[in-house]
Design a protein around this ligand. Structure first.
Ligand SMILES: *Cc1c(COP(=O)(O)O)cnc(C)c1O
Length: 385
């Protein structure tokens, strides 16, 4: 590599957790105690999350996926039941239904918000429908009022996959208290992390007890260790992770502000670029909780080629999402086909997640946008030729 290239090239991660000295000290202090599981840290983390969300109950779990599974199990979703959800999400949003022997039924999305379209949800309700699983895609809250209204009309339960939306607000209300239960996730690419981890929140005390039991091998809540009253799981979060979670949660609002600033830096620069569209924040979204930064490319642009060119510049990028109904598992098991959800498919063909994380600097955003501008000019010129 020549000197000029070396001097100008940066290597930027797609995502990166924000870990400070307090986070490190919190984890280390747990390791100096004999209590590494089922101790005071998990209880304190659950209280802190419940307070932040404004929910009565919070049950810590070892992943967002575990939380989604528990939420469906706790409301009694089982074999033969259908659950309506979006095909434009991470695969866990539908896999949790398969764990319970239930069938995912997809409804297409709104092209602006990328969230499920309530009108299409109602059209898919059948006698077997048991629940609606709403996803807050990329940190933008789903249209929960409309989904709750449909659920009320048809006697369904709404579960919210808020794994991408901690701290987000819709019409001034924080995500997590408007569904029967909501699930947040803390994998290292999320807005805050516990390593692996998640939490289920609910205002329903009885549901909270069932969630707690299911998470802990189906034990009852009278403290009898060897008494298992239902088929449960070991989905418990450990104490180190819970300590990290408390430390991260204390900084969450500050981290969300920084992510908001990174998104604003991107929006300023992308506004001038031909062939890309910055993400849209709906007026109902009174606070966006930026999870990833996903742009949309003009249909003429060869995305795979653009990604390869950016990668050569040290800028990773990724299509986000590959629709669930087009995943090999779903094609095989349910005979899902291309063309079934045209809005989702059209959007998914043109999305590109750019590097995005809490500690991203303006200089890094500048570099990504400069490389993107140069590579886009190449792509458009090639298309014209
Ligand atoms: C991150 C995420 C999950 C849960 O992921 P885990 O890795 O299991 O914590 C679930 N649904 C969506 C939409 C997600 O983005």
């Amino acid at each position: 590599m020549n000197a000029a290239v070396t001097a100008s090239a940066m290597r930027i991660p797609l995502s990166q957790p924000s870990i400070d000295d307090d986070d490190i000290a919190a984890v280390l202090s747990v390791l100096r105690t004999p209590s590494l599981s089922m101790g005071p840290q998990v209880a304190a983390f659950e209280s802190a999350v419940a307070a932040y969300i404004g929910a009565a109950e919070a049950v810590a779990v070892n992943s967002g996926t575990s939380g989604l599974h528990l939420a469906l199990a706790a409301i009694g979703v089982g074999p033969g039941d259908e659950v309506i959800t979006t095909p434009f999400s991470f695969v866990a949003s539908a896999n949790c239904m398969l764990y319970q022997g239930a069938t995912p039924v997809f409804a297409d999305i709104d092209a602006a918000t990328l969230n499920i379209d309530p009108a299409r949800v109602e059209a898919r309700v059948t006698a077997r429908t048991r629940a609606i699983l709403a996803v807050d895609v990329f940190g933008q809250p789903a249209p929960i009022e409309a989904l709750n209204a449909i659920a009320d009309r048809h006697g369904l339960t709404v579960i919210q996959d808020a794994c991408e939306a901690i701290g987000a607000e819709r019409h001034g209300r924080r995500v997590g208290t408007q569904a029967q239960a909501a699930v947040f996730a803390f994998y290292p690419n999320k807005q805050m992390t516990t390593g692996e981890g998640g939490v289920v929140v609910t205002d329903d005390a009885a549901l909270g007890r069932v969630l707690r039991s299911l998470c802990n091998q189906g034990r009852d809540d009278n403290g009898t260790w060897m008494n298992h009253v239902r088929l449960g799981y070991n989905y418990r979060l450990d104490e180190m992770s819970a300590a990290l979670g408390q430390s991260q949660l204390r900084r969450l609002d500050a981290m969300l502000d920084r992510r908001n600033r990174v998104a604003a830096w991107y929006a300023e620069r992308l506004g001038e670029l031909d062939g890309v569209q910055a993400p849209w924040v709906a007026p109902e979204t009174t606070r966006m909780s930026w999870f990833v930064y996903v742009i949309r490319l003009d249909e003429r642009i060869d995305r795979a080629r653009l990604m390869a060119a950016l990668a050569a510049d040290g800028v990773p990028s990724r299509p986000y999402f590959v629709p669930i109904h087009l995943q090999p598992l779903y094609r095989e098991r349910f005979g899902c086909r291309l063309g079934a959800f045209p809005v989702t498919e059209r959007i998914a063909r043109t999305t590109l997640a750019l590097p995005f994380f809490t500690d991203m600097t303006e200089e890094q955003v500048d570099y990504v946008c400069a490389r993107l501008a140069a590579r886009l000019a190449d792509a458009v010129a090639r298309h014209a030729a």
